[in-house]
Design a protein around this ligand. Structure first.
Ligand code: SAM
Length: 259
């Protein structure tokens, strides 16, 4: 896959592209990530990339010319190509979107700054607008890295185990079960016995139940959308009963500060 990023701040990407799993994927040629500095396509003595908004008001707007010329300079790779604008006004970035994008030949990500990009870029040259959530950042670089990271790890061969992403949260409309590693006892808290049993069927069932329990408690909205099979329904009924008997409700934390 080829991933092109149009940005005014290419240096922000340096550690992201060199470290960890994404860095390894780049070095192994599984993903080819190229940075294009929009400023290189600005004209005039000052290489200006932004200007005041027509109609007045605070803030600056990214000029269309430099972005247009930067887009034109990018080599086209393959048939399946999407030009994406990172914007808080886009569709919400979710795992299902990451999967769709991971099947493309080329993604071109445009990072906005200031008040955003001139509307004529959005109208004329953008296939898809993506938001990483309902909050406003100072620029599209972090959102672009988020999209690039989530998509890269879905490219075949990028993660170690062949199926290691298939059990992740959201893959099956559920949150993933809890994980434990050595030591067996940490601060008097023991690893659940079943995980030490070596009984694969029991472990599978425990993980499934924990996955359903977590989703029920933390993200009931996901469970409402999911079609459960018979085993899942039975597990859910048991979990509900258990939680009611223990007097535990769904996750009652409604704000990040609530304890
Ligand atoms: N004035 C814009 C608005 O109200 O919709 C916000 C502009 S924001 C300060 C500057 C740039 O940051 C945007 O052009 C976009 O590229 C990026 N950005 C900010 N928040 C984002 C989000 N939640 N998702 C994706 N990109 C975002």
């Amino acid at each position: 896959m080829r991933l092109d990023v149009l940005t005014l701040f290419p240096d922000l990407f340096t550690p992201f592209l060199n470290e960890s799993i994404v860095g390894r994927a780049v070095r192994r040629g599984l993903v080819d990530i190229r940075l294009t500095n929009i400023r290189s396509f600005a004209r005039g003595p000052h290489h200006t990339t932004d200007d005041r908004p027509y109609g007045g008001g605070d803030g600056m707007v990214m000029k269309p010319g430099p972005i247009f010329r930067a887009l034109q300079s990018i080599e086209r790779i393959g048939e399946k190509r999407r030009v994406i604008l990172l914007t808080p006004q886009g569709i919400r970035f979710e795992q299902s979107v990451a999967w769709e994008l991971s099947r493309m030949d080329q993604l071109v990500l445009i990072c906005g700054r200031y008040e955003g990009v001139d509307e004529r870029i959005r109208k004329g040259y953008v296939d898809l607008e993506i938001s990483i959530g309902d909050y406003v950042l100072t620029g599209g670089e972090l959102p672009a890295m988020i999209v690039a990271d989530a998509v890269t790890r879905l490219i075949p061969g990028v993660l170690g185990g062949e199926n290691s992403n298939l059990e992740d949260s959201f893959e099956e409309g559920l949150l993933e079960y809890p994980h434990y590693t050595r030591p067996r006892i940490f601060q008097n808290e023991e690893v659940p016995e079943v995980l030490l049993s070596g009984d694969h069927e029991k472990i599978r069932k425990w993980r499934r139940a924990e996955s359903i329990r977590r989703t029920f408690q933390k993200r009931p909205d996901l469970l409402e959308k999911k079609e459960l099979n018979r085993e899942d329904k039975e597990l859910l009924a048991e979990i509900r009963k258990e939680l009611t008997e223990a007097g535990v409700e769904k996750n009652g934390k409604t704000t990040p500060l609530a304890k």
